[in-house]
Write a protein that binds this ligand. Structure first.
Ligand code: AMP
Ligand code: MG
Length: 391
């Protein structure tokens, strides 16, 4: 059977999940890591009013002579609502963030003053504007607060809250269900009986999905001999997208391919690891079917689904880079190889671990994928190769 080129399959995957893109209104308080779908502009001028940057005394700079006392006529605290006016030749005690009284033009910090018997003396003469935060210093009404397409971090949330914005428009995080298949699989913590292995793929798919903008709402494990259909149907009711692991190759018990073969496309793609792939629709829900080897799962997600999922969640694609190979690499022709690799201090990249798709633990030492083109059979040391960060 002819292998489907990776680029073609990637396009099919993108088309399969494109319908998940939506936007929604959310409270800023749940905005961490969400991606804005619309620009946010300032609804207010900020600061909202002239106020003091220090605890000290509000004065008119021209009234101050070093060492000469000014009578203190009142005290203004943060949150005081009453509008106050400074009389000529007097000072008012003022706290940080309190509204500057009318006709005052400077604040002298308490550290540079001596207050006694209802009057205050100053050690310096202030410049007009000293320690005054002017209304509008930060933003004017309509100025940009956060651009569309921003993944909101703490600083953006702070800016939104400080602007008085309660809700934003964000890309919706599609819900994802993850189903691992295999009668040999047990959970970490269980004792392996003969023939059993620890299930790891669902955790990889869950964490990659969450990292790239989705919310995982359903995780289950199916045996190869019976319950996959029931579990898949439940997953489709729960989630916008279902990811399955295992059961897509040419064996005699391949529950995913056997159930979904007539509901989509299954076949080999020109990629190693991760050759056998499937895409199907079940109960109107898109299902991406990955092969079960742990390294295949990682590579399948990163190469085929990652950027498509990021696109529907408003995130930009992950950019590749290039680097020279540290040593000669041999490759099987006819498939694009994705070797697990590391970047060396001199900027070259080296494969790590063996080529086997079952080598989950050695693959964890890698921080990037090295892409070896379809037709290459041997690449000399120093050859520039495309590398992809492992996210
Ligand atoms: P399959 O694609 O179902 O033929 O599985 C390929 C290989 O990956 C087999 O050796 C499985 O035991 C292993 N495998 C399948 N699913 C998982 C999983 N969820 N976690 C770890 N290994 C798995
Ligand atoms: Mg299996």
């Amino acid at each position: 059977m002819k292998r489907r080129p990776i680029a073609d399959h990637r396009t099919e995957v993108a088309a399969h999940v494109a319908g998940l893109a939506r936007t929604e209104t959310i409270p800023v308080t749940s905005g961490l890591d969400r991606v804005t779908s619309r620009i946010v502009r300032a609804p207010y001028t900020l600061p909202l009013f002239d106020n003091s940057a220090m605890d000290g005394f509000a004065v008119r700079a021209a009234d101050v002579t070093v060492g000469q006392p000014l009578p203190v006529r009142g005290r203004i605290f943060a949150g005081d609502a009453k509008s106050r006016t400074l009389q000529g030749g007097t000072a008012m005690a003022i706290m940080t963030g309190a509204p500057l009284p009318r006709r005052a033009d400077a604040v002298i910090p308490v550290e540079q003053s001596d207050e006694a018997d209802g009057a205050v003396r100053f050690q310096h003469r202030p410049e007009p504007g000293a320690f005054v935060r002017r209304a509008g210093d930060d933003v004017a009404v309509g100025d940009l607060v956060v651009a569309a397409g921003t993944r909101l971090g703490p600083r953006h949330l702070g800016a939104l809250a400080a602007s008085g914005v309660p809700t934003i428009e964000a890309h919706r995080r599609p819900t994802v269900a993850v189903i691992s298949t295999g009668s040999e699989l047990i959970r970490p913590g269980q004792k392996p009986e003969p023939g059993q292995i620890f299930e790891s793929n669902s955790l990889v798919l869950q964490s990659l999905s969450a990292k790239h903008g989705a919310q995982v709402t359903f995780v289950a494990a199916a045996r190869d001999d019976g319950d996959f259909e029931t579990i898949l149907t439940a997953a489709c009711i729960d989630a916008d997208l279902v990811l399955t692991s295992g059961g897509v190759s040419m064996g005699e018990r391949e529950p995913v391919r056997q159930l979904l073969g007539d509901h989509g496309w299954f076949g080999p793609i020109a990629m190693q690891p991760g050759g056998p792939q499937g895409l199907a629709t079940w109960k109107d829900t898109p299902v991406c079917c990955f092969p079960g080897n742990p390294v295949s799962i990682l590579v399948s997600f990163e190469v085929l689904l990652r950027d498509a999922l990021r696109a529907v969640t408003g995130l930009p694609p992950v950019e590749p880079s290039t680097a020279p190979l540290a040593r000669k690499v041999a490759s099987a022709p006819g498939k694009t190889q994705f070797l697990r690799g590391v970047r060396n201090p001199d900027g070259t990249v080296s494969p790590v671990g063996g080529p086997g798709s079952h080598l989950a633990i050695t693959a964890a030492a890698a921080d990037l994928l090295i892409e070896i083109e379809t037709d290459a059979t041997e690449l000399a040391a120093g050859t520039e190769v495309t590398t992809w960060p492992l996210t």
